[in-house]
Design a binder for this molecule. Sequence first.
Ligand SMILES: Nc1ncnc2c1ncn2[C@@H]1O[C@H](COP(=O)(O)OP(=O)(O)OP(=O)(O)O)[C@@H](O)[C@H]1O
Ligand SMILES: [Mg+2]
Length: 332
Amino acid sequence: MAEVEVRNIRKKFAGGARHVLEDISFKVNDGELVCLLGPSGCGKTTLLRVIAGLETADEGRVLIGGADVTEVTPKDRDIAFVFQSYALYPHLLVRENIAMGLKLRGVPEAECAARVAEAARMLDLGELLERRPAALSGGQRQRVALARSLVRRPKATLLDEPLSNLDAVLRERTRGELRLLFKKAKGTALYVTHDQVEAMTLSDRVVVLDKGRIQQVGTPDDIYHRPANTFVATFLGAPAMSLFKLDEKTTGGIRGEDVELSLTAKEGYEPAKVVLVEPTGPQAVLGLESSFGNLRACWPGSFPRGREQVFIRLPPERLHRFDASSGERLAG
Ligand SMILES: Nc1ncnc2c1ncn2[C@@H]1O[C@H](COP(=O)(O)OP(=O)(O)OP(=O)(O)O)[C@@H](O)[C@H]1O
Ligand SMILES: [Mg+2]
């Protein structure tokens, strides 16, 4: 396993109006799992393809294990890539699909079989090993593609939304197992997702990308509790952080779980109109109209039916402050 680093990557597609990647620099340490998180079209796949050598950057360097591989062909970079649209060999059994990369590298038969069995167990593919891809569901195919790259034990693994075709239950389970798998194998991984929950639960660190630019690099705690700007603040969290004008120069932000709520009037609380109630089970997400503007707030358990008013308090120590013109976080 090895660290993966990109330095000052810039990329513009021929005919494109703007750079798809704009001065991207960060490092995935040896054995670390980093998520690349950002909305559709922000450049995630393009960046992975540049790291894998499938796409050439206009500027910048790619380093693997400290060696500059910018000019090295994809196959000589020893990186596994789990694609967003994965392709399996239709004429081969699942078992053979998973073992393919190992066979090509001359891994002995017994070792091959052991690694395939381990990956199959972790990804719950045991009963599917003797089938062909045509007889699998989309989610099952995705797990086979994942298994195929995991058994190779490359220097690093790049994964492009590898769980997007799984149902919610399987997705949550596979997510947990993937983390264990990478930790156990001490595997270096860069994992692309636009799902913030996936990024928060899987990562050692998260790189948040928007419009081809890095917005923040940090631990899941950092980006959630100390978002670097209003983009990161509102991209992470369900419900999203509410933003409002604090004064001419400052945008305020508060997370739904930080809004203090009461059904009765209280010292230091002010009235707010309930315009929306979204039950989620453990809590109800309220849409409120208040003197701060529109806010989202979390009510533990179920919210009393028919209630149209609550009283709110925004604890000053829970407020986030951003520069109103640049959107950058202000100290504190
Ligand atoms: N071959 C190409 N030629 C021209 N433009 C491209 C090409 N590939 C991607 N783009 C553009 O580059 C931008 C980034 O695309 P990319 O596929 O990297 O986004 P993404 O973050 O992976 O999005 P998604 O989450 O939807 O997969 C998009 O605006 C896309 O339209
Ligand atoms: Mg993509």
